[in-house]
Design a protein around this ligand. Structure first.
Ligand code: ATP
Ligand code: MG
Length: 220
């Protein structure tokens, strides 16, 4: 990697680190002030400021997660059961979208060498997107398929396809496509990509008959 890229990465990490404490302190101060007897219009404005602080905290923690992933190595890998990691990620996401149904076609033990909590995070981000961009009542489906030295995980949802011209940009930081109509930062897939790269996994998007499909192919 060239020096400029290294410097940019370090810069983003440093900024994120440096922002964390002042943001946390600003939020605490606001929360204390919000307990005071203040006019409603002031409280409404303060709630908006708090919401924006929460957004900044979320952005900095996603950027730090990407940086941490890029500084992790295969030395930190442990053998884990992939199905358990996937089930854990479904558990996390279903708490947020509690009326969404998830269907998984295979739940057998598959050992992979990985950083378990990071893989859970990557699957959770894909599932979060599948719920967020799902345009029907149909369930989110997951397929897991082992073949030789790899295992393929697919996360599928019905919804508007990502326009062709945007498909090579969706894994970049802060990119959101025109099919996104809800809130977001455009960081979820950048996190997925960083985690996939750490595991030497391939990750890509394809669209078939109104089904949005994200595929991750992991070496065992
Ligand atoms: N399952 C999906 N179905 C349709 N479009 C998707 C799907 N997943 C991602 N996208 C598109 O790719 C873009 C990038 O996704 P990404 O997860 O990085 O960001 P986000 O969901 O917009 O925000 P964040 O994840 O940071 O809250 C989305 O804005 C959306 O346009
Ligand atoms: Mg997302």
């Amino acid at each position: 990697m060239n020096r400029t890229m290294e410097e940019l990465r370090d810069f983003a990490t440093t900024i994120s680190h440096q922002l964390r404490n002042p943001l946390a302190s600003a939020k605490t101060r606001l929360e204390v002030l919000l307990t005071e007897d203040l006019p409603d219009n002031v409280k409404i404005e303060m709630e908006k400021i708090k919401h924006n602080i929460d957004r900044m905290v979320e952005i900095t923690s996603q950027l730090l997660l990407i940086a941490r992933t890029q500084h992790t190595s295969a030395k930190n890998f442990e053998e884990e059961d992939l199905s358990s990691l996937i089930l854990e990620s479904i558990d996390q996401v279903s708490q947020k979208y509690n009326n969404k149904e998830f269907l998984i076609d295979s739940i057998k033990e598959i050992k992979v060498k990985c950083v378990g909590p990071l893989l859970i995070h990557a699957f959770a981000n894909l599932l979060d997107n599948a719920c967020k961009y799902s345009s029907s009542e149909k369930p989110i489906t997951l397929h897991v398929e082992e073949s030789g030295e790899t295992v393929k995980v697919e996360v599928c949802n019905y919804g508007d396809p990502i326009p062709e011209q945007d498909r090579d940009k969706i894994f970049l930081k802060f990119f959101r496509s025109s099919n996104a109509r809800t809130e977001g930062f455009g960081l979820g897939l950048a996190v997925v990509k960083a985690i996939a790269d750490l595991h030497r996994a391939q990750v890509y998007y394809e669209c078939e008959d109104g089904v949005n499909k994200f595929v991750m192919i992991l070496p065992k």
